[in-house]
Design a protein around this ligand. Structure first.
Ligand code: AVJ
Length: 327
């Protein structure tokens, strides 16, 4: 397996230390959401995707069910690159359609977890003997190098509304990295959660079973294990609310008391009762905001696919300087 960013574990550890030191020293304490996803966190997220309140995953899957085949038939990609290659069942819809279109040669899943990638790659090799399965270990927030020999055209897919984790500036940076890796004829496929009744959105992040709360608290478990910190999980509470002016869910862990957490390599972090760590933002979009965001990266919308109530969108885009044939 190749590594795009070439970051051995020591670098990952150094990056975690840096992120934690930086994030917890800000006036609004914060932690990057990518640290939710150790094994337990990934399992909890998987559970979230099946919750009745969490409409995102099933809506995206329904859109892919309908639209994978027509999209693949129109673009006829030789490669599918998937950023943050999460759940394999959505991937299979795209791979089936790419194989059926007769153009598919290579699938490149990109993820931070080498273990996860190898597991799913060996399964996919059996299921898709005609495709080259070429996983890349890497952090999608680092510059993307797909290599000169990736057969074109390629579709670079970024699904699950993971883009929502990034504020405007970092989303622009991420999309610019993607656009830079794209060649003439390549397409970008984005899955994005849309603005809707805030009550519906808030319910999706405050499920009745408390799975999201467990998922949220898991980031402290990760810091305790990876850094030897001593966060007391029973004195932090899950809170998620929709921030209407910035059109985003904010997820926080609220300290129930005055307390101090000790983090080796970082120092002591003091919490007042009621003070919070912001652990995630999850931005919600409309067509205009997505067009604007893509535009800052030199990308333009080719196709906008959404369900009738406007719950969720699949967006196909290409580089504005690439003058592709429209699918
Ligand atoms: C994986 C980032 C798309 O923001 O909806 C789910 C993560 N957080 N419940 C989202 C998440 C709380 C999810 N994304």
């Amino acid at each position: 397996m190749t590594s795009i960013a070439g970051r051995p574990d020591t670098n990952l550890h150094a990056e975690l230390l840096r992120d934690v030191a930086f994030g917890l020293s800000r006036p609004q304490k914060e932690l990057p959401p990518k640290y939710f996803y150790d094994r337990r966190g990934s399992e909890l997220f998987d559970e979230i995707t099946r919750l009745p309140e969490y409409y995102l995953t099933r809506t995206e899957r329904a859109l892919l069910d309908c639209w994978s085949s027509p999209l693949m038939a129109a673009v006829r990609p030789a490669s599918l690159v998937e950023l943050g290659a999460g759940s394999a069942d959505k991937t299979r819809l795209l791979l089936d359609a790419m194989v059926y279109a007769g153009s598919g040669e290579v699938y490149v899943p990109i993820d931070v977890s080498a273990e996860f990638l190898e597991d799913s790659a060996s399964r996919l090799r059996e299921e898709y003997p005609t495709l080259g399965i070429e996983p890349l270990v890497g952090d999608i927030t680092h510059p993307l190098d797909l290599g000169a020999d990736l057969p074109g055209p390629a579709i670079i897919a970024f699904l699950g509304s993971t883009i929502g984790n990034f504020d405007a500036a970092s989303a622009a940076g991420l999309l610019r990295n993607i656009a830079q890796a794209m060649r003439t004829g390549d397409r970008f496929l984005l899955g994005a959660d849309l603005r809707k009744d805030p009550k519906v959105i808030e319910r999706a992040y405050n499920d009745a079973q408390g799975v999201t709360a467990e998922f949220n608290l898991n980031v402290l478990r990760v810091l305790n294990r990876e850094l030897g910190a001593d966060f007391d999980l029973s004195s932090f509470e899950h809170r998620a609310f929709y921030e209407g002016t910035s059109h985003r869910i904010e997820m926080h862990l609220v300290s129930t008391d005055d307390q101090i957490a000790h983090i080796p390599g970082v120092g002591d972090v003091t919490f007042a009762g009621g003070e919070s760590i912001r652990t995630e933002i999850s931005c919600k979009y409309d067509r205009e905001s997505i067009a604007g965001m893509l535009g800052t990266a030199g990308l333009a919308i080719d196709r906008w696919i959404s369900d009738a109530p406007g719950t969720y969108a699949l967006v196909l885009a290409s580089r504005v300087d690439a003058e592709p044939a429209r699918p």
